[in-house]
Design a binder for this molecule. Structure first.
Ligand code: SF4
Length: 265
């Protein structure tokens, strides 16, 4: 694939074996300590891909991929046309969503369930107690996220919803607690990421993981380990700046420039 290809050329390629990961905005309302402690675009300042560009340029790519993920580095529920976007997602493709869960209202969850085919809705939860959760997920509210995760599990089914836990020194003692929390609210999976800069403490990490695995077995919750996080965001996405589309599992991603023209970087 050559550099600088336009999206129309990409559409001619066979990409069904790839997953497409995408963000339609570059904003987040939270300031998590491992991600954006000092800021970044927020609701007011975020840049959002116009809905007509999404509909015209992105949706056809999603329709040709094996599956897609809505939300990589930014918060998808902040996209002002979130509900319309759900209606545009190709119903024949299987989707995943990454969200901090704060704005996942009952209405949004209902619209998601009615419009698209989600196999996994990942909701970030970095603590099993209010104190730890809110210390890490600055501006997040523990009870709100738990309430929304509970409703999402009820609506989608426990096997479709996961709590995502970013393991770090400040919450390592609560991994087992998050597994138990998932079981209490009907969520079937806990996905654990590791904060890359803190991977050195392997012994402590292994002990924690084994204890959490025992709890997971007892509670009937799946516990998985996923990729790693760097200090600037998701691993592999650190060079990200608005507005990209990532084709996961291939060494390229697509970027749209402000005029709406797309190219492969
Ligand atoms: S980790 Fe997620 S929720 Fe937290 S600031 Fe980063 S993008 Fe927002």
């Amino acid at each position: 694939m050559k550099k600088g290809m336009r999206l129309s050329e990409v559409l001619g390629l066979e990409i069904k074996s790839y997953a497409v990961n995408f963000d339609l905005n570059n904003g987040c309302q939270l300031r998590c300590t491992m991600c954006r402690p000092t800021g970044g675009p927020s609701v007011r300042d975020q840049t959002v891909l116009p809905i007509d560009v999404f509909s015209r340029e992105v949706v056809p790519v999603l329709a040709r991929a094996a599956h897609y993920q809505f939300g990589c580095y930014d918060e998808p529920t902040l996209v002002p046309y979130f509900e319309e976007a759900m209606g545009l997602l190709p119903p024949e493709r299987i989707g995943r969503m990454n969200t901090n869960g704060m704005l996942l209202t009952v209405r949004k969850i209902d619209v998601m369930a009615a419009s698209a085919k989600f196999c996994l809705v990942k909701i970030s939860c970095d603590g099993s107690t209010k104190e730890t959760f809110e210390k890490i997920r600055v501006k997040g509210v523990f009870e709100t996220v738990v309430r929304h995760a509970t409703y999402a599990a009820k609506k989608f089914g426990s096997e479709t919803v996961a709590l995502v836990f970013t393991l770090q020194q400040g919450n390592i003692h609560e991994l087992t607690g998050v597994v138990e929390l998932a079981a209490r609210i009907g969520v079937g999976t806990v996905i654990m990421h590791s904060k890359q800069s803190e991977l050195a403490w392997c012994g402590q990490r292994l002990d924690t993981y084994l204890l959490a695995l025992e709890a997971a077995k007892k509670e009937g919750v799946a516990l998985m380990e996923s990729g790693q996080l760097g200090s600037g965001g998701y691993h592999g996405f650190a060079a990200y700046r608005y507005p990209p589309i990532f084709l996961a599992h291939v060494p390229l991603y697509l970027r749209v420039n402000p005029s709406g023209a797309w190219s492969i970087l």
